[in-house]
Each structure stands twice: as structure tokens, then as C-alpha cells.
Design a protein around this ligand. Sequence first.
Ligand code: HPA
Length: 244
Amino acid sequence: MKLAIIGGTGLDQLDSFEILKKEEVDTVWGSPSSALTFGLWKGVELVFLARHGAEHTVAPHKINYRANIQALNDVGVDQVISVAAVGGIRADMGPGELIIPDQIIDYSHSRITTFYEDDEVVHIDFTEPYTASLRAALLASAKESSIHVVDGGTYACTQGPRLESAAEVRKLKNDGCDLIGMTAMPEAALAREAGLNYAACAVVANWGAGLVEGEISMAEIEKNLEQGMVSLKELLSVFLDRIE
Ligand code: HPA
């Protein structure tokens, strides 16, 4: 097993990560968002990729998702944990909560969504967009360490980079969405096309637009993410402890 963590907003770097090497790689689809960092975290070898770049300069709609997944595949990664900041819709998904989503609805557009662009027509099964065994391992880690996580939820992937209008969030809620982010797609689908196991841990940064009074501020998002990332790192640490 070779594990990668794709860090999202709030997790552009892993602290206490013992870096063995950093590699600027290139793929047939171009360059990934950041160098691949190979190292040991809690004694486990893993590869870290910063989805928005090491300095957080790549917006969700500009990410080269194919290059990111290809780069991980090229170095032999077979398990990917995606960390993502999200807005919460469902009542139990307030700021600071961790969620292991189990479904996705894709509202993004104008993104390249497949590795199969030429003559080959490939329809992957996507009934369960996240890998059950990897989700189960994350949930078991949470249970073992009494870290509160929400088991399941439908992730609405919006185009961004703007946040939603209140009416859009009402519509997403009516559609059955529980949390909102901007990066799960096409990332999850490409991981499936590449045959990688893929699960996500979402950290709630804010309530979805219009669910509480007032505007959403970046200061609020940053404050909640800071708190949520502490729990997330604890969870990942237990997850890594349980490997072998
Ligand atoms: N909407 C979409 N993406 C997000 C949000 C949100 O409210 N918060 C953090 N990422």
C-alpha cells in the first residue's frame, strides 16, 4: 500500500512531517499543483500533494486535476485521502465538524473530467464515488480515538471560486446535498478512472450561504478551519497508527 494525502485549504503543508524528498514532477497532462513531498508522518511513508499549491495560489477551477491524480499514480500511490474545506448544509454539519462523505453531486462545469479524451470510450462505475474500505478505515480511526466525525453525506461540488448565493444553497439542500465544496470533482472520478482507492475527510469551515444571518467572511473560515484541522490531524494520526 502506498498512501497519498491531498491537502486542501487549511492544509497546504503537513507539520511534523519528516520530509525525505521533494520532487517537481511532470505528467502527460502537465504539472500537478505542487511538488510531491515524500516523507514520514507518524512513522508512515506517504506522499503529500498541496491541491492549491504550496503557497495556496491555485483556485479550484484552475487546478489541473488530471496532472494531480496522474502524478500520484505515476509514483505508485494506490490510496488517496483527500482533505477538503467545505461549507455545511445539514444541521449536524456545523463549523469545525469532520465529515467522511459517501456521495457526490457534481455542479462544476468547464473542467476536464476524464483521462479518456481520445478514441477510447470508458464509463467507470461511480455508484459509490468514495472507496468503502478507505472510508471504513477513517471511520474506525475516529471511533477508536473518540474524534467526532459524521459518517456519510452528499458533497455538492460547485464551480467556485465564489461562494454560493443563499438561493443556490437552498437548491442544493433540496437536491439532497449535505455539504458544499469546490474540488471533489473531477478529482474523485479521475481517481476511480486511475484505479486508486479514494476517500475524503471534509472539514467544515462555515455554514452554507444564507443558512445563518450575514455574509461569510474569510476570517470566519480561517478560524473554523484552524480548529477543524487540529481534529483532522488527530484523526489522520490515528489512521496512520492503525496501518500495520
Ligand atoms: N461553499 C463551497 N465551498 C466551500 C465553502 C462553501 O460554503 N466553504 C468552504 N469551501
